[in-house]
Design a protein around this ligand. Structure first.
Ligand code: BES
Ligand code: MN
Ligand code: MN
Length: 455
């Protein structure tokens, strides 16, 4: 391993420069105008996989964005690891809040700033470079490697599930390795064993058949914006719990042991609040902050619009109002079941004087992975060696819906070895990735390959 690590250390700057090329491609999956960039990005990934030493690299076209697959199976008798990640990124708005342009990677204080830096291009790239380092030094990696890099993660991985179902042999493996989560704190090696699921809904309220003068009609008809606000305000009770009937029915309660493990992680509510610029934290009564984020379901309004939202004042009674509402789910909640419960409840809450339309935009199951699998143990050791510290095990509040599909369809343990930080502004302006973590991630990845190759 010495030679491999030496190569990684010597090429630190080269790897960063290559990552910059990846970050320059505006591969925003949700916007039609970026379709060419998405295709360019898939081509870029293909090129980097070939450069890393994969013997077969292929782009699979879907009805959505392309899936890039790569493999090197030159270690017969050794285990096979499937590395999953995504090359698509979130939109950049609000653009005014970026201190450097989102697709002109900029290094400041040891961090690289760009859309996709931490979510997920920087983290995907670590594995490309770790694999390359074996080929460039000791000849070949110590196990078989497959890569599956998709372009639709940020829009719900719509076409990946059927791709997996239709290609079970191609994707057959002994473990799935994913770097698309966060470290518990800077410099602390971390494995994530639980992610929340998601049900993403849209509620549209329609009142009168056109926009009305709010003086000549105000008082005579229900205002959709007022009505939507009333409905939203009834979705939580005074203890911060969600009021949808049946919402908590399938929620698995935290065990004493897990509660104790959460408590043992150093966590300062005060520091957390200060960092977010709030005077006080808020959440469901009876639970700690880590419990609220990692192990309790939530409901949040992501955006709300309707009526006049321009500068100045305009007296108008709007005809429509819309809210985007997401629910984060925990084991064993089912996103389809929750979506139905939500729809029924919203329709019940809506007064007769408005029309209401509820749509289910996308969803995903929550996931839990074993921390006792051979792959998890290898990953914990790999990180420990790279960081020189003991690995901690955490759950996370975010979602990677495809994780349960991997577990169910490929029947392989999933390892979530994320190197990001939740403070790195993912999905937000000034997204960045700590270059020290990038470097340690490449070493962790290489250590994992070695560690997991030993039967
Ligand atoms: N990488 C994130 C998920 C994540 C981030 C998990 C940090 C744990 C810690 C992923 O790209 C993401 O943003 N997922 C979406 C889900 C999706 C269906 C749009 C999410 O969680 O909102
Ligand atoms: Mn991601
Ligand atoms: Mn994301």
């Amino acid at each position: 391993m010495e030679d491999v690590i030496k190569y990684i250390n010597e090429n630190r700057e080269t790897f960063i420069n290559e990552l910059k090329d990846f970050l320059r491609i505006p591969s925003i999956s949700t916007l039609a105008e970026n379709k060419k960039d998405i295709n360019d990005c898939a081509d870029f990934v293909m090129g980097k996989l070939m450069q890393s030493g994969m013997s077969r690299v292929e782009i699979f076209h879907t009805e959505g964005h392309p899936i890039v697959y790569g493999e090197w199976l030159g270690a017969p008798g050794k285990p096979t690891v499937l590395v999953y990640g995504h090359y698509d990124v979130q939109p950049v708005d609000p653009i005014d809040l970026w201190e450097s342009p989102p697709f002109e990677p900029t290094i400041k204080d040891g961090k690289i700033f760009a859309r996709g830096a931490t979510d997920d291009k920087g983290q995907v790239f670590m594995h490309f470079k770790s694999v390359e380092s074996f080929f460039k030094t000791v000849g070949t990696p110590p196990l078989n490697i497959k890569f599956l890099i998709e372009g639709e993660e940020e829009i719900g991985s719509e076409h990946l599930e059927s791709f997996i179902t239709n290609n079970l042999d191609l994707l057959k493996c002994d473990a799935v390795l994913i770097s698309d989560t966060s470290l518990y704190a800077p410099g602390v090696p971390t494995l994530t064993y639980g992610l929340r699921g998601l049900a993403y809904m849209e509620v549209e309220i329609t009142g009168p058949n056109r926009y009305l003068h709010s003086g000549t009609f105000g008082g005579a008809v229900g205002n959709p914006v007022n009505t939507l606000a009333q409905i939203i305000s009834q979705l939580h009770d005074k203890n911060g719990a969600v009021t949808i009937p049946g919402f908590y029915k399938d929620v698995v309660k935290l065990t004493k042991k897990e509660k104790e493990n959460f408590r043992r992680l150093k966590f300062s509510e005060k520091k957390f609040a200060a960092e977010l610029g709030v005077a006080k934290l808020y959440g469901e009564k009876g639970f700690s902050t880590l419990e609220r984020i990692w192990a309790r379901p939530t409901l949040d309004c992501n955006g709300i619009f309707g009526g006049f939202t321009g500068k100045g004042a305009k007296t108008v009674l709007p005809s429509k109002a819309t809210a985007k509402i997401s629910m984060r789910l925990v084991p064993n909640q089912d996103p389809n079941k929750v979506a139905k419960q939500f729809e029924t409840y919203i329709k019940k809450l809506a007064p007769k004087y408005v029309k209401v339309k509820v749509s289910n935009l996308h969803g995903g199951f929550p996931s839990m992975t074993s921390i006792e699998s051979k792959a998890s143990i290898a990953a914990a050791k790999a990180m420990e060696t790279a960081f020189g510290k003991k690995t901690v095990f955490i759950r996370e509040g975010g979602s990677i819906p495809i994780v349960t599909v991997f577990a169910k369809k490929l029947k392989a343990p999933v390892v979530l070895m994320g190197l990001g930080l939740n403070s790195e502004n993912l999905h937000s302006p000034n997204e960045h990735f700590d270059l020290n973590h990038f470097h340690l991630g490449i070493i962790s990845s290489a250590n994992f390959m070695k560690e997991f190759s030993v039967k």
